[in-house]
Design a protein around this ligand. Structure first.
Ligand SMILES: [Zn+2]
Ligand SMILES: [Zn+2]
Length: 159
């Protein structure tokens, strides 16, 4: 499922499906963002798979359970922990959980749909590796801006 999610994120959501996913890479107001429609699509997919499985296809049932579990985990960890849509008090400071959060934060370090890293979720590469990859591409939004005005001598912006 991680492989499927990675491919869907990289080629669909950052491809022709950017229209929905864009909302997740921008600041949005309100509780819902357009990107949540993907969760709805995956839920419907899981329901269809369960329906097929009930007709005597146990293998499809196993896939349906996999999709559902992945979706639940993603909903809790990605939406809740990483993006703070749930009132989690503690941000993990060590181990795998910390790496997972950092890796996904780096996915959001790039503005726009191209040049992003870390499309997967469960498999979180070490931060150093992702940072190096980003630096090499030079696509980090903050760095891009920094090229025209360094943050040290930049006048404070009034919003
Ligand atoms: Zn994305
Ligand atoms: Zn995210």
């Amino acid at each position: 499922m991680e492989g499927v999610a990675w491919a869907a994120h990289k080629y669909i959501m950052h491809g022709f499906g950017w229209g929905w996913h864009k909302s997740h890479h921008e600041d949005t107001e309100g509780i819902f963002e357009k990107n949540d429609l993907y969760a709805a699509v995956f839920s419907v997919l899981a329901i269809v798979l369960f329906a097929v499985a009930s007709q005597g296809h146990p293998l499809i049932g196993a896939i349906a359970i996999g999709v559902t579990l992945y979706g639940a985990f993603y909903f809790i960890v990605h939406d809740g922990l990483v993006h703070q849509r749930w009132p989690f008090r503690n941000i993990p400071h060590r181990g795998y959980a910390k790496r997972l959060v950092q890796a996904h934060r780096l996915h959001h370090a790039v503005e726009g749909k191209d040049g992003c890293v870390s499309f997967g979720f469960l498999y979180a590469p070490p931060v150093e590796k992702l940072s190096a990859e980003l630096r090499q591409r030079g696509t980090v939004a903050a760095e891009k801006r920094g090229r025209s005005a360094s943050p040290v001598n930049k006048a404070p912006t009034i919003h």
